[in-house]
Design a protein around this ligand. Structure first.
Ligand SMILES: Cc1cc2nc3c(=O)[nH]c(=O)nc-3n(C[C@H](O)[C@H](O)[C@H](O)COP(=O)(O)O)c2cc1C
Length: 337
């Protein structure tokens, strides 16, 4: 394995090449157009997933304007992740999405959030193979590009392994091109160790390219588990990218140095450009919760931005914090994020 693993070979799905095979994870309230633009400024990712987009809500969006859907040329390859619970209006929804020319569509079958599961999406869809199958058939029939599915291990009850095997075979049978696996159970949320050691047997069973996800921080994380990650065709990074939008660039260039204050301010600029004022402040607060982990005393920074009544106030508080020359943490701990 090279010093920086997963810079090659690229991953090609249905004729679309993702180079390098490093992906920004779909993250609700984070992976919007402004954040993807920031990640793209640094470069280094071969594909950026949108946050999960409620398929039904898409019909109400102005696709080229909405921060949930619009894409900029600088982003490179964008994969739209869909939260779908049934096939009603799905062809119409996909037609509405088509002008954005997605580089891939991804079906969310992993989200463990109770509200999403209650509506029949995410991890609940994974437990309903017939419904999932029906949705995949429509997606496959209507979309000619790469179709991927993001899953966890399912629900940790007797027979989980057999159920998972059935789902993997079903995905292949329905023409899915690739799979992102976050190897935790639905009930684990982001706790417990991800079971990266399962990639070999699950990739063999699925016979699909597998994108590995869960707690990946940097090349050292992969090197220290080289055998487990060897069967993966790509990697997906989530929370570490929210904390360090330059993580993909740093993957290639570990010596990369960034100006943290400038990055935070640029994020605010981008958010204000893409979001209406009522929404923009919330996005800045969510981002700051992750970004503040770069600092030894980031807690104070986070709290001062959390309580800011306006973006202008958040900017002023951030400027005061950055003016103190805050010390950086060497290692980011994803626990609790
Ligand atoms: C704030 C937040 C929002 C998330 N939203 C989504 C989502 O919209 N769709 C999805 O498939 N996973 C979502 N996830 C899960 C991530 O995509 C990823 O699987 C998880 O964070 C583990 O990867 P990481 O350890 O690199 O963060 C979310 C995670 C976080 C922390």
């Amino acid at each position: 394995m090279s010093l920086s693993p997963f810079l090659s070979p690229p991953l090609t799905l249905r004729g679309v090449t993702f180079d390098p095979p490093l992906f920004l994870a779909p993250m609700a309230e984070i992976s919007h157009s402004a954040f993807r633009r920031l990640v793209a400024d640094f470069g280094g990712a071969g594909g950026l997933f949108t946050e999960m987009l409620s398929a039904k809500m898409l019909l109400n969006e102005e696709m080229h304007r909405s921060p949930w859907t619009k894409r900029r040329a600088c982003e490179g390859r964008v994969i739209y992740q869909l939260l779908v619970v049934d096939t009603k209006k799905l062809p119409e929804i996909l037609e509405h999405l088509a002008p954005l020319a997605p580089d891939g569509l991804d079906l969310n079958s992993s989200c463990p959030a109770p509200t999403i599961r209650a509506m029949g999406g995410g991890a609940d869809l994974f437990e309903s193979p017939e419904r999932m199958c029906g949705i995949l058939r429509v997606l496959r029939a209507q979309f000619a590009g790469p179709l991927t599915v993001k899953i966890r291990l399912g629900i940790e009850t007797d027979g989980w392994r057999a159920r998972l095997g059935e789902r993997l075979r079903m995905l292949r049978g329905e023409g899915v091109d690739g799979l992102t696996l976050h190897p935790r159970f639905a009930g684990d949320k982001l706790k417990r160790e991800p079971r990266h050691e399962l990639y070999a047997e699950l990739a063999a069973e699925a016979q699909l390219p597998l994108i590995a996800n869960g707690d990946i921080l940097d090349p050292h994380y992969i090197h220290s588990r080289a055998a487990a990650f060897a069967p993966a065709a790509g990697l997906m990074l989530g929370r570490i990218a929210a904390a360090r939008p330059w993580v993909f660039a740093q993957w290639r260039d570990p010596a990369l140095v960034v100006d943290h204050a400038a990055v935070w301010q640029r994020f605010c600029d981008y958010v204000e450009e893409d979001f209406v004022a009522e929404r923009a402040l919330g996005r800045v607060k969510v981002f700051t919760a992750y970004f503040s982990c770069n600092f030894m005393f980031g807690h104070n920074f986070r709290m001062s931005v959390q309580s800011a009544p306006t973006i202008a106030a958040a900017r002023e508080r951030a400027a005061n914090f950055f003016a103190t020359g805050p010390a950086l943490t060497r290692h980011i701990n994803l626990c609790g994020l």
